[in-house]
Ligand binder design. Structure first.
Ligand code: NAD
Ligand code: UGA
Length: 465
């Protein structure tokens, strides 16, 4: 089966970059990314590439090369569905905020809407690819909706979860550790699997393209995110013990990471993991385990989230207790708001919770982040609903200059590991701060010795002396 026309529903952090790379690597395939969000599509079509809705290093170049050639962004969802041989579903699957499974299960309403829309529009056979992260066995629900069309259209459902990380999306897409494709084990299913394999094979070595059944593929995605988040919670748990015992978490991470069975990656202690997926996917896993009565399994994975909440809480608690048990009326400068460096995404960022805790203690916060805009920061706080919008705006300011953000501050909190923070003129910052001048490095990126020699009182996550 030779795919000539691809549609992707959902032009977000996954749909946009993934399709841009497919279009770049497969110039013979027309790729149309559609979304109901008109502003987002307009931003993907912006002439000024710095205005793309997703900031990812290297993405602008790829979009520039493919857009208008064989990559298109559109709000005409029906048209793109109708024309496509293969449809990727890459819509959001947030945690449910209502009804059964509220606060835990994945909300599949956007997925179901896509399935119903495809069922309504499709006139020819199509391959449907689950790109969104979904609970195991979602494909059977999609299939049962699609099979109701009554117009003899045949659908094959594939699971092709995405493993890219934000900030490195382009590199991850160009050189994936593996591409995972799950499909039906029938001859038709095998044909559909091979059609998708052929697309990736344009740039991914065949041995890195894994094929399996749909359920294994769906569950592998949730498992991968659970294992990754568990590593962060594990190292963060040890960071607290380091602070009590005089051990240094970076030294511990190095020592264990040299064991080839453990490996060195994903062992950086932090103020807590964020991002749109770790928490939601583990909650979803916990919910699935509970729904099968597997309470021990559910409790085990839930602990990863509880540890993460604890890490954020103790970071803000430490700021309050170090600043002589009150931050009321004190200025605290936040360096970073994004959930990690090299992205403008703030979903579930640790900074949000830390700020909320400190604002409840009546601190005055000024935030500087190289890529996050003020509207986003206020929207993140508003979503928590802890205090009025006016109060948030009164207590928290956003600055587009790091030196200005730190001026007159009692303390600086590093919430994101942006590289540029390491290059600042820390003497200049120190001179204009209240004394004693505290730094709480929630990412362990600054140089303790040089900061202490300037005069800072430096606190790094995971070191005790
Ligand atoms: P996102 O919120 O950035 O984008 C989803 C887009 O889908 C939105 O623009 C929304 O308007 C659109 N949409 C929703 N319903 C629609 C419909 N019926 N028709 C057309 N458009 C519709 O989400 P994302 O971060 O790209 O994540 C998408 C999926 O990929 C999620 O399941 C997520 O778990 C998974 N995932 C995300 C990442 C990541 O790094 N963000 C990585 C791997 C997997
Ligand atoms: C993560 C996974 O890494 C991707 O494979 C997956 O596709 C994606 O989730 C998803 O499904 O959405 P992402 O959330 O973009 O990607 O970013 P990560 O690099 O995994 O970082 C997640 C969080 O953990 C960040 O807040 C980061 O700062 C934190 N982290 C990561 C640490 O605190 N320490 C580490 O050692 C690594």
């Amino acid at each position: 089966m030779n795919i000539k026309n691809i549609c992707c529903i959902g032009a977000g952090y996954v749909g946009g970059p993934t399709m841009a790379v497919i279009a770049q690597k497969c110039p013979h395939i027309k790729v149309t990314v559609v979304d109901i969000n008109e502003a987002r599509i307009a931003a993907w079509n912006a002439a000024d590439l710095s205005k793309l809705p997703v900031f990812e290093p290297g993405l602008d170049k790829i979009v520039e090369e493919a857009r208008g050639r064989n990559l298109f962004f559109s709000t005409e969802v029906d048209k793109a569905i109708d024309e496509a041989d293969m449809i990727f579903i890459s819509v959001n699957t947030p945690t449910k905020t209502y009804g059964k499974g509220k606060g835990m299960a994945a909300d599949l309403k956007y997925i179901e809407l896509c399935a119903r829309q495809i069922a309504r529009v499709a006139k020819q056979d199509k391959i449907i690819v689950e790109k969104s992260t979904l609970p195991v066995r979602t494909a059977s629900a999609i299939k049962s909706i699609l099979d109701q069309t009554g117009n003899h259209v045949q659908f094959q459902i594939l699971s092709n979860p995405e493993f890219l990380a934000e900030g490195t999306a382009v590199a991850d897409l160009l050189h994936p550790d593996r591409v995972l494709i799950g499909g039906d084990m029938s001859p038709e299913g095998e044909k559909a699997i091979q059609a998708l394999v052929a697309i990736y094979a344009h740039w991914v070595p065949k041995e890195n393209i894994l094929t399996t059944n749909v359920w294994s593929s769906e569950l592998s995605k949730l498992t991968a995110n659970a294992f990754l988040a568990q590593r962060v919670s594990s190292i963060n748990a040890m960071s607290e013990l380091c602070e009590k015992t005089g051990a240094d978490i970076d030294e511990v991470a190095k020592a264990i990471g040299m064991d080839s069975r453990i490996g060195p990656k994903f062992l950086k202690a932090s103020v807590g993991f964020g991002g749109s997926c770790f928490k939601k996917d583990i909650l979803n896993l916990v919910y699935i385990a509970k729904s099968y009565g597997l309470n021990a399994v559910a409790d085990y994975w839930e602990q990863v989230i509880l540890m993460n909440e604890h890490q954020k809480q103790r970071f803000s608690d430490n700021i309050v207790s170090t600043l002589y048990n009150t931050v009321s009326g004190k200025k605290i400068a936040f360096l970073g708001w994004a959930f990690k460096k090299d992205t403008n995404d703030t979903r579930e960022s640790a900074a949000i919770k830390v700020a909320d805790n400190l604002l409840s203690e009546q601190a005055e916060i000024t935030v500087f982040d190289p890529k996050v805009v003020a509207e986003r920061i206020y929207a993140d706080l508003e979503y928590l609903n802890t205090r009025s919008i006016a109060e948030n705006k009164k207590l928290l300011k956003v600055s587009n200059n790091p030196y200005e953000a730190c001026e007159n501050a009692h303390a600086i909190a590093v919430l994101t590991e942006w590289d540029e923070f390491k290059t600042y003129d820390w003497n200049r910052i120190y001179d204009r701060m209240q004394k004693p001048a505290f730094i709480f490095d929630g990412r362990g990126i600054l140089d303790k010795i040089s900061l202490e020699s300037i005069g800072f009182v430096y606190y790094k996550i995971g070191t005790g002396d």
